[in-house]
Design a protein around this ligand. Sequence first.
Ligand code: GDP
Length: 413
Amino acid sequence: MKDDSLKFVIVGHIDHGKSTLIGRLLYDTDSLPPDKLEEVQQVCKSLGKDMEFGYLMDYLEEERDQGITIDTAQIFFNTDRRNYVIIDAPGHVEFLRNMISGSSLAEAAILIVDAEEGVKEQTKRHAYILGLLGLDQVIAVINKMDLVDYDQQRFEEVKRDLVDFLSEIDISPSYVIPISAKKGDFIAQRADDHMSWYDGPTVLNALDAFKTKEIIFDKPMRFVVQDVYKFDKRIAVGRVERGTIRRGDEIKVLPSGEVTKIKSIEEFLKENVTEAEAGKSTGIITEDKLFIDRGDVIVHPDEDMPTVTDTIRANVFWMDKKPFKKGMSVLFRCATQEVTCDVERINKVIDSSTLEQIGEDADEIGEREVADIVIRTQKPVVVETFSKMQLLGRFVLGTADTRAAGIIMELGK
Ligand code: GDP
């Protein structure tokens, strides 16, 4: 097993080649069960057809419906560099809800556009979703280059249209690649013989160049306090979410900003513990008697720090049947922090199924609507933007039950 894995989505207008690209990625990375591949080849041959990758995906999906083998909601393949998971996006509503609430999470996206047809309405809508999610690792592929005679001029035309539109919604694709999903051009293999004018990476090389968001061990340390036990000494228990915490480390407690040192790391039935790594739940005792509380985030003072603020701009997905009305107070919950907050402004409201903007400077948010809002918390909270760190960049709003899930786009305004 490779130690990191990257999850991504493929979006685009219907018939622009999403299934074909998925099939091709699996085929070129030898990720298909050999017996399945043979079966599909046999079927295609008997129908007098070329091997169709889109057909392959339909076939696998049918099997899934019968409860057998491959799960097409999550498709796996790997390169020499890492493992990949393609997350299937069944529809806008589910996709937005799942992404914002964290039940499935893409770290990158491929936006596919047919070279003949060019940018269509759905291409724009899907791109818009990527913008709402603040996805900053995007590959645009101009597909079916074989149908336009691998013409560079046509590629440049579609590319310009697409990049112009994307810049309006603050997305700048890391790569724009001419491909033929059907022929396998510039997916895993280069196609220099018929597109010698393109000298950028293949789709797989471009994916490999992306970063996974949660390579946790060597990143700045984040210890999230869950509780504080008061025996003869005060032990703050919590989880090392990232990095490593060591005995003797100088630490800063947020939001208070107080600095002290780690006197000891306490683990049940273990003595002389010197460090705890990401993923571990543990207890710490500090040298100075500080008032540490549930919700606090402990960091190293010399490293890149999260923000302490009471003002957050976020995109929220409203899940409750009851609409949110401006003026209502709700509980903001992020990591182990819980604080009452007000929604100061509802900048815009979007219908998650049509992706149409239905309100500006609005007064309420209804069920299944996505809104760009400004929140003010009654006490400062310790947060990061979603694109920087999911743990402190994602929150829920609600009281007893969850009313909305949100991701943080901007801090301090
Ligand atoms: P989806 O709706 O986006 O999943 O699109 P499909 O993958 O089902 O593709 C739609 C049609 O376009 C199918 O008939 C494919 O065979 C065809 N297609 C997809 N990619 C290519 C390509 O690179 N070249 C050509 N010529 N046809 C393609």
